[in-house]
Design a protein around this ligand. Structure first.
Ligand code: NAD
Ligand code: IPM
Ligand code: MN
Length: 355
């Protein structure tokens, strides 16, 4: 079993350090870890945010544990050298089209949500975000026009792209509460009309799953009005990016939400994937031992489950995190004073008592 660890920039290395201490505590037999440079850190060391060796290391692993990329020093670089290109490159080069972003209320954290506690308590949703298409990967460019600089980013989706992510969402919903909300903007966008038609076609293969369609503006509103109505949200790359950050705030903090990015490749142990918090490099708090490592630790749990076939260990890590939070070991993002390291310590202490 091989894990490639790409910690990246800002708080990435800080939160990944805690996830690595958790995995050491699990002491999995036959596990080898490799560490690679990515993002602004890689640009500064090697002149590229996704060096060939890093991509190769990711390909050779059974799963990739990723921190975050993004560095204010690099914001003015040409696009291909920006740190964010590294994560986009990994997602596309590795064929990771399905991004799973679960958001569920943690018992004891209801009071830290900006929503009323009874609303926060009812959250148990999964955002299934398409990750290889949309406006992210369409033709883009800039030119001088009559109104000054003009930029464009082409939004497109093909039926085959929609079909495969729709299958992911319906299959996930079958293991949950059997409801898919497909979020689009079919009242305006051609891409969304193809999206909607294709989702309806795929739904015929899943008669046990209820399908509803919702425009993205309404979905954003419904998520704060009554988030408990959502089970599985199926959506495109851009809408999924936005709605998942919003879901994290509803739960309490962006420092809590993990994600799995999966493709089709199977390994000897499970499905190859990349696992990362949904948050970024948080330059505003980087280097201060203030970041919440829970999202990174829960990303490790997802890696154990999906890519290493270690479901029981994943469950242990998740229970240790829940216990830490319900014991009130909270960082500044949740109104507490625990440091990154202290939260890691608490998760590890809880883990050793859970069998
Ligand atoms: P961000 O997620 O980094 O931070 C948003 C806010 O949430 C900040 O106030 C930050 O301090 C806080 N925050 C984020 N993670 C936290 C944690 N674990 N604990 C406590 N607080 C946390 O988003 P941003 O500020 O918009 O972007 C910063 C950089 O990160 C940018 O360069 C952006 O492109 C990049 N980014 C990268 C990824 C990724 O690597 N997948 C994801 C999102 C943003
Ligand atoms: C995320 C991030 C990325 C995205 C950026 C850094 C490219 O916001 O993983 O949510 O937009 O997908
Ligand atoms: Mn995002």
């Amino acid at each position: 079993m091989k894990i490639a660890v790409l910690a990246g920039d800002g708080i990435g290395p800080e939160v990944i350090a805690e996830a690595l201490r958790v995995i050491e505590t699990l002491a999995l037999p036959g596990l080898t870890m490799f560490e690679g440079d990515v993002g602004g850190t890689a640009y500064k060391r090697h002149g590229h945010p996704l060096p060939a060796e890093t991509l190769q290391m990711a390909r050779a692993a059974d799963g990739v544990l990723f921190g975050a990329v993004g560095d204010p020093d690099c914001d003015d670089l040409p696009r291909e050298y920006r740190p964010e290109q590294a994560i986009l490159g990994l997602r596309s080069e590795l064929g990771l089209f399905a991004n799973l972003r679960p958001a569920a209320g943690f018992p004891g954290l209801e009071d830290f949500s900006p929503l009323k506690p009874e609303l926060a308590r009812g959250i148990d949703l999964l955002v299934v975000r398409e990750l290889n298409g949309d406006v992210y990967f369409g033709n883009k460019g800039e030119r001088d026009g009559e109104g000054g600089r003009e930029g464009w980013d082409m939004m497109s989706y093909s039926q085959s792209e929609v079909r495969r992510i729709a299958h992911t969402a319906f299959a996930a919903a079958q293991k949950r509460r059997r409801k898919v909300t497909s979020v689009d903007k079919a009242n305006v966008l051609e891409t969304s009309r193809i999206w909607r038609d294709t989702v309806i076609e795929v739904a015929r293969d899943y008669p046990d799953v209820a399908l509803e369609h919702m425009y993205v503006d309404n979905a954003a509103m419904q998520m704060v009005r009554s988030p408990g109505q959502f089970d599985t949200i199926l959506t495109g790359n851009l809408f999924g990016d936005i709605l998942s950050d919003q879901a994290s705030a509803c739960v309490g903090s962006i420092g809590l939400l993990a994600s799995a990015s999966l493709g089709e490749r199977q390994t000897a142990f499970g499905t190859f994937g990349l696992y990362e918090p949904i948050h970024g490099s948080a330059p505003d708090i980087a280097g201060r031992n203030k970041a919440n490592p829970v999202a990174a630790i829960l990303s490790l749990a997802m890696l154990l489950r999906h890519s290493l076939g270690r479901d029981a260990d994943a469950g242990r890590v998740e229970r240790a995190v829940s216990q830490t939070l319900s014991d009130g070991v909270l960082g500044a993002d949740l109104g507490g004073s625990a440091t990154t390291r202290e939260i890691g310590d608490a998760v590890i202490s809880a883990l050793v008592t859970i069998s």
